[in-house]
Design a binder for this molecule. Structure first.
Ligand code: TYM
Length: 334
């Protein structure tokens, strides 16, 4: 019998909690876009994950739409890829419940993101925050995903998703494909501009620590000018030079240059020149993305059409997986 070749599947998600920043782009989104060439892709705005911390409903709705438009502006093709909003495919919540029943409490307690978020949201350590990675596993496993392009901070959650899949398959047979993380060698952990020992994060109260994808040119340049580096003056990639290394990674991505090329370009010039060049390149890089984003936000009917059709396609596929899972665990067919 002739075998039909199955294209591999790429799956990933991003939270619509606050602005999308340059680290989200470098660590994840640029790979989402690149993988569209060779993979069937599913990308998701994870609004259900976002409510694990308290959200203003109006802001959440707007941020979800804004994140969707930013994804398209960055190059996600909503026709070629299935790009949708998580709450539009109810099987995510349904599978998360089932998988919760196959995930030991102890494994979830070891998740560093849970520990960190419990500290920053000490007044609201809810059960959803604890089982957050199980919903993430459900996202991934519903779509038969092969690779999951993410930044380094998601590695532990990916490992847990794999464990959950393997454990479930061990009991019920090969139900889930066991996914692999897809993490870039360079740029998987972009650091804060204000403190290069911390990762760049949208929850950082200091806006100088991150570059929003929507920051105007002047703001971008100002933020890079004030980026914390070290007391030396040589632009080179070396252990211990975390601030400079971080700027070199960012510059390398937006200007398409290698570390050697950057070192040569700035030999004998100080940090001032270098920071200015990084700021200007990032601003140049963001400008067409911002233009596209504003165009999309002004054409709600178009992006609404995109997320509705993405939602429909995601629902059809995820409902099929869900039916198999319910059958396997012993539910009576609807
Ligand atoms: P989120 O919304 O925090 O981040 C989205 C993506 O950006 C990456 N990222 C970074 N990469 C490099 N340097 C940084 N400083 C940096 N900060 C963030 C993240 O690694 C991520 O890839 N739990 C996920 C969302 C999610 C998901 C999924 C991901 C839900 N379901 C299924 C993959 C598959 C999260 O909170 O990402």
């Amino acid at each position: 019998m002739e075998q039909t070749t199955r294209r591999k599947i790429s799956y990933s998600g991003i939270q619509p909690s606050g602005v999308i920043h340059l680290a989200n782009y470098i660590g994840a989104l640029r790979n989402w876009v690149a993988l569209q060439e060779e993979y069937d892709c599913f990308y998701c705005i994870v609004d259900m994950h976002a409510i694990t911390v308290r959200q203003d409903p109006r802001d959440l709705r707007e941020n979800t739409i804004a994140a969707y438009a930013m994804g398209v502006a960055c190059g996600i093709d909503p026709v070629k890829s299935i790009f949708y909003i998580q709450s539009h495919a109810p099987a995510h919540g349904e599978l998360a419940w089932v998988l919760n029943c196959y995930t030991p409490f102890g494994e979830l307690g070891r998740m560093t993101q849970f520990k960190e978020k419990s500290e920053t949201h000490a007044d609201n350590i809810n059960a959803g925050l604890f089982t957050y990675p199980v919903l993430q596993a459900a996202d991934i496993l519903l779509y038969d995903s092969d690779v999951v392009p993410v930044g380094e901070d998601q590695k532990q959650h990916l490992e847990l998703s794999r464990n959950i899949a393997v454990r479930f398959n061990g009991i019920y047979g090969d139900v889930f494909r066991v996914p692999e993380p897809f993490i870039s060698k360079s740029g998987a952990r972009i650091m804060s501009l204000a403190d290069p020992a911390k990762k760049m994060s949208k929850s950082d109260p200091n806006p100088r620590s991150y570059i929003s994808m929507l920051d105007p040119r002047d703001t971008v340049i100002k933020k890079f000018k004030s980026a914390v580096t070290d007391s030396e003056s040589e632009v080179c990639f070396r252990e211990g030079k975390d601030g400079i290394n971080n700027l070199m990674i960012i510059y390398g991505v937006v200007a398409g240059k290698t570390n050697n090329e950057i070192e040569r370009e700035f030999a004998g010039r100080g940090y001032g020149d270098f920071k200015m060049a990084v700021g200007e390149s990032v601003a140049d890089f963001l400008s067409p993305i911002q233009e596209k984003y504003h165009g999309l936000m002004a054409d709600r009917a178009y992006i609404e059409g995109c997320w509705k059709s993405g939602g429909e396609r995601a629902r059809a596929i995820s409902n099929r997986t869900m039916a198999t899972v319910l059958e396997k665990v012993g539910m009576v067919r609807r």
